[in-house]
Design a binder for this molecule. Structure first.
Ligand code: SF4
Ligand code: SF4
Length: 374
C-alpha cells in the first residue's frame, strides 16, 4: 500500500527544502531514477502570477529539486504549458524561473510548443506533450489549492499542464461540467501516471476559498510527497477538509490504482491532521447542492440558484480572459467598456476566473446561492 511523506515547513527555506526532497526521494525504489539521465520537473505554472499569490509552485521548491538532481549528474528540464493564451516567457519571469535558469544549468521547456502525442483512453482522445516521453524521470511538483470547478487541485490535476496550450481551453469546452471534466482527467491520469516517478505538493503557502488563482493565500506550512498520485491527493484533500465525494475525480483515481484510503500510510503525527479554518465551502457548494436536488427539479432550481461571472473595475483590459474562454462567451473590451460575459453562453468552466492576472472576475451568486453558502 502507498505511503505519503509529510513535513511541516513554515517558510520557503532552501536548506530545509533540500533536506525534505532528499529524504522523500530516498524512498523511491525505481531503477529509472538511477538509470535515466534526463529529469523533467513539472510544476504548476498556471499563468504569470506573482510568486506571493501562491498560485504557482514556488521557485525555491524547484531550486531544491534542481540541485538534488544536478548533484547526481542528471540533466534537468523544467516544463509546463501555462493556461489559456498566457505568454510563456512572461510566466517564466513572474514565477522566478528565468532567474533560476540563469543560476543553474537547467532548461526551461514550453510544453505548448514541444510536440505532442495523440492518445486515447476509454473513448476519450487526448493530446499529451511529447516531452513526457523524452525524460526518463518525471517529477510532478504541484501546488496545494482549492479549485472552483473540481474543488481541489493537487498532483493529479497538475497533469493537465501536459496538455499543450490552447488545447486545454478546447477541452474545457468539450468537457464543460465537473463530471465530464473529471472523466477526461481520469483518462489523462491513466495515460500518463506511469511516466511520473514521484509527486510533490507545495503547500507551504497554499490557497483556499475560490481557488485556483482568485482565492485566499494561506500559510498551510505543509510539504508533501508520494510515489502514488492518488494517495497523495486523497491525503492532501482530506487534510483540507474535503470528503472523498467532494472531489469528483478522486474516487476513480484511487479505484484505478487499487488504493484503499484506509491503507494509505502517513506519518503518525498527521493521521488525523486537519488544516485549521480552511475555507472550502465556496468550492464544495456547486456540486453538493445540485446532488441534493431531485433530477426533475434541477432545471427549475437553476433559475433561482445561479452563479455568474462578472468583470469588475479591477480589469486592465489585457484580453487574457477573452482568449481563455472555450465557448467565446466573452466579448473583448473597448475603449469605453470592460470585456462582457454573455451569461447565456457561459458554461461556468471558470477558466476566465482562473486565468485573470488581476483577480478582476468576480463570482456573483443569487440570493439562494448566497444563503446556501453562508
Ligand atoms: S478581466 Fe482580467 S483577464 Fe479579462 S481583460 Fe480584464 S484583467 Fe484581463
Ligand atoms: S465566461 Fe468564463 S466561466 Fe464562462 S465559459 Fe467563458 S471562460 Fe468559462
Amino acid at each position: 500500500m502507498p505511503s505519503v511523506q509529510i513535513r511541516r515547513i513554515e517558510n520557503y527555506d532552501l536548506p530545509l527544502l533540500e533536506e525534505a526532497v532528499a529524504d522523500f526521494l530516498s524512498n523511491v525504489k525505481s531503477s529509472r531514477m538511477k538509470r535515466s539521465k534526463r529529469v523533467l520537473l513539472k510544476p504548476n505554472l498556471l499563468g504569470a502570477f506573482p510568486i506571493d499569490r501562491a498560485v504557482t509552485t514556488h521557485p525555491l521548491v524547484l531550486e531544491a529539486l534542481a540541485r538534488y538532481f544536478l548533484d547526481r549528474g542528471k540533466e534537468v528540464w523544467i516544463g509546463d504549458s501555462p493556461g489559456g493564451s498566457a505568454n510563456v516567457d512572461t510566466v517564466w519571469q513572474a514565477c522566478g524561473l528565468t532567474d533560476l535558469a540563469k543560476r543553474y544549468p537547467v532548461k526551461l521547456v514550453n510544453l505548448s510548443t514541444s510536440g505532442f502525442r495523440e492518445l486515447e483512453y476509454a473513448g476519450i482522445p487526448l493530446k499529451v506533450s511529447e516531452v513526457l516521453w523524452q525524460c526518463g524521470i518525471v517529477i510532478n511538483v504541484a501546488k496545494y489549492k482549492t479549485h472552483s470547478m473540481v474543488a481541489f487541485t493537487g498532483a493529479l490535476k497538475n497533469l493537465y499542464g501536459l496538455v499543450p496550450g490552447m488545447v486545454k481551453t478546447f477541452y474545457h469546452g468539450r468537457y464543460p461540467n465537473s463530471k465530464d471534466f473529471s472523466r477526461m482527467l481520469a483518462a489523462l491520469y491513466e495515460l500518463t501516471k506511469n511516466r511520473v516517478s514521484y509527486s510533490f505538493i507545495d503547500g507551504i503557502m497554499g490557497m483556499d476559498g475560490n481557488g485556483p488563482s482568485g482565492g485566499n493565500v494561506k500559510n498551510f506550512g505543509l510539504f508533501l510527497g508520494s510515489a502514488s498520485i492518488s494517495a497523495l491527493d486523497y491525503t492532501a484533500a482530506k487534510m483540507l477538509g474535503f470528503k472523498l465525494g467532494d472531489v469528483p475525480y478522486l474516487a476513480s483515481a484511487l479505484h484505478q490504482d487499487g488504493v484503499l484510503p484506509s491503507r494509505i500510510a502517513v506519518p503518525a503525527s498527521f493521521r488525523h491532521y486537519q488544516i485549521a479554518n480552511a475555507d472550502i465551502k465556496s468550492v464544495k457548494l456547486r456540486t453538493d447542492v445540485m446532488k441534493m436536488i431531485p433530477p426533475v427539479a434541477r432545471h427549475a432550481f437553476r433559475k433561482v440558484y445561479s452563479i455568474n461571472l462578472v468583470v469588475s473595475a479591477r480589469c486592465n483590459k489585457c484580453g487574457i480572459c477573452v482568449n481563455s474562454c472555450p465557448v467565446q462567451a466573452i466579448s473583448p473590451a473597448s475603449a469605453a467598456r470592460f470585456p462582457k460575459i454573455n451569461q447565456d453562453k457561459c458554461i461556468k468552466c471558470m477558466c476566465c476566473h482562473e486565468m485573470c492576472p488581476h483577480r478582476a472576475i468576480d463570482i456573483h451568486k443569487s440570493l439562494v446561492a448566497r444563503m446556501v453558502t453562508r
